[in-house]
Design a protein around this ligand. Structure first.
Ligand code: IPE
Ligand code: IPE
Ligand code: MG
Length: 233
């Protein structure tokens, strides 16, 4: 693969865990668990390919509306995955960030997420952003409120594009070049509304627990053929 034609930043809507489990007559939880394995494989492949940023949608602001049992399972799974993976992330120089409204999580989970971010913050090989309790609208609301709170002088000055950009959760990273959505849904579901303005979109029928290195390479091959124009000729 021509490195010049690889995206710098890949964002993934990891969808289809429930359907994967259903096909196998397993509880939905089994699909979520297998989904963590897919993330491990995809992260490793991205690291090897030299991709600098991987952003994955793990829990949306709307996902609180699922049955309590499933929400509880997912919270436990985040915690379990952090414990199991943290040493390997540090060793492989992965900078892990949890982005979203973390304040709504339990004190224990919040602490675990903050500790994991602290432990991996020097990771220079690849940044993994795990979006949790994340909504694109919530992020924009949080950005605007931060701007207002931080304004002391020039209170009537217009808010410009760079002001919004500078207050997003993703303020320190470039916009995604490629958004992958698994499990055949052709929708954005409140993911990175601002940042995907000019992202290339790739939808695959593959369910997230089945999405591994081979499926990533297929997406990258497709991306390498896109002509990006950014509105220009
Ligand atoms: C994506 O898989 C994971 C989360 C939203 C947490 P789903 O749980 O949405 O799986 P489907 O869409 O029901 O198959
Ligand atoms: C989007 O998937 C959220 C995550 C992958 C975390 P959903 O399964 O929640 O989205 P909808 O409900 O199909 O739009
Ligand atoms: Mg879904």
């Amino acid at each position: 693969m021509d490195p010049a034609k690889l995206p710098q930043h890949i964002a993934i809507i990891m969808d289809g865990n429930g359907r994967w489990a259903k096909q196998r007559k397993l509880p939905r939880a089994a699909g979520h668990k297998e989904g963590v394995e897919s993330l491990r494989h995809v992260l490793q492949a991205c690291g090897e390919l030299g991709i600098k940023y991987l952003t994955v949608y793990a829990f949306s602001t709307e996902n609180w509306g699922r049955p309590q049992e499933e929400v509880d399972f997912l919270m436990g799974l985040f915690s379990f995955a952090i414990d199991r993976e943290i040493n390997s992330l540090v060793k492989n120089q992965v900078r892990l960030q949890f982005l979203g409204r973390l304040a709504d999580f339990s004190p224990q989970l919040k602490k675990k997420m903050h500790d994991a971010m602290e432990k991996t913050k020097q990771g220079g090989r690849i940044t993994l952003n795990v979006m949790v309790n994340y909504g694109g609208r919530a992020e924009l609301i949080d950005a605007v409120n931060e701007i207002i709170e931080h304004r002391t002088q020039n209170a009537n000055q217009r808010i410009e594009e760079q002001d919004i950009q500078a207050h997003l959760y993703t303020r320190d990273i470039p916009d995604p070049d490629l958004v992958i959505r698994t499990a055949s849904e052709f929708r954005v579901s409140n993911f990175l509304l601002w940042q995907i303005a000019y992202a290339e979109i790739y939808v695959t029928p593959v369910l997230w627990p089945d999405f591994r290195r081979e499926q990533l390479l297929a997406a990258l091959n497709d991306f390498s053929k896109r002509e990006r124009r950014f509105g220009k000729l």
